[in-house]
Design a protein around this ligand. Structure first.
Ligand SMILES: [Cu+2]
Length: 237
């Protein structure tokens, strides 16, 4: 009886550990990071897949792109085929470079050459310019297909709700634009500051420039004196 209770007691933590472990793994859902970016800035989002579908290995990851995003540049991954699925726009639009655009990238689909086993993760990098929609949250629903079954990471919390979602869709919050609004601001600012320190440099060299100037003046004075002496000696001769 006692022994059975002990083993049952022992079993409890082990069971709890399994739950915790799987909860831990479950907690690490399909996500995109960073989860925020300044309007107009250029960024590389990393979509990561930390586990399969209830233990089944992942065979395909389809990342749906928000309508506000016209184009994206997926990074190739040697273990996966990658495809951009284009969708026609209702109305042509003009992109940030003045080009007329009639279609956008609707999805980026990564198909595994060999399934991604449970217990291993993979990540996909997507380069883009954050659309000029400060204050909006862009949603990237992901369909994860596995050898057995699939998981749809498509849930979006209602405005203002704090409920914990079981299968949340990754999101990107668009922050106000920085600098010139085309991602150059930060660089330009730092470039300007870079110029500044060069000018202040004389202070740092322990006054040698001041010395240089003094030397110059002394030299000039010396030259003057020398010249005068020369003149006098000529007049004497
Ligand atoms: Cu998860």
């Amino acid at each position: 009886m006692l022994l059975r209770n002990i083993s049952r007691a022992c079993a409890l933590p082990a069971a709890a550990a399994v739950v915790v472990l799987s909860a831990g793994a479950a907690g690490a859902h399909v996500t995109i990071s960073p989860s925020e970016g300044a309007a107009g800035s250029y960024t590389v989002l990393t979509a990561s897949v930390p586990h399969g579908c209830d233990g089944s290995p992942t065979t395909k990851v389809a990342i749906q792109l928000p309508e506000q995003l016209l184009s994206i540049t997926p990074t190739r991954n040697p273990l996966w085929e990658v495809e951009k699925v284009m969708v026609a726009l209702d109305e042509p639009v003009t992109d940030a470079h003045g080009n007329e655009v009639t279609e956008r990238v609707g999805q980026v689909v990564y198909t595994a050459k060999t399934p991604l086993p449970e217990g291993y993760r993979d990540a996909f990098e997507l380069s883009l310019q954050v659309p000029d929609v400060a204050g909006e949250t862009l949603v990237f629903p992901v369909i994860q297909t596995c050898a057995k079954g699939e998981t749809a990471w498509v849930e979006v919390a209602a405005e203002g709700s704090t409920e914990e979602l079981a299968k949340p869709a990754p999101t990107l919050t668009v922050l106000p634009a920085e600098g010139d609004g085309h991602g150059g601001g930060a660089d330009e600012a730092s470039a300007e500051t870079e110029v500044e320190p060069a000018a202040a440099e004389p202070a740092d060299d322990g006054g040698t420039n001041t010395l240089g100037a003094a030397g110059l003046i002394a030299g000039l004075l010396g030259l003057g004196a020398g010249g005068a002496a020369l003149m006098r000696s000529r007049q004497g001769s």
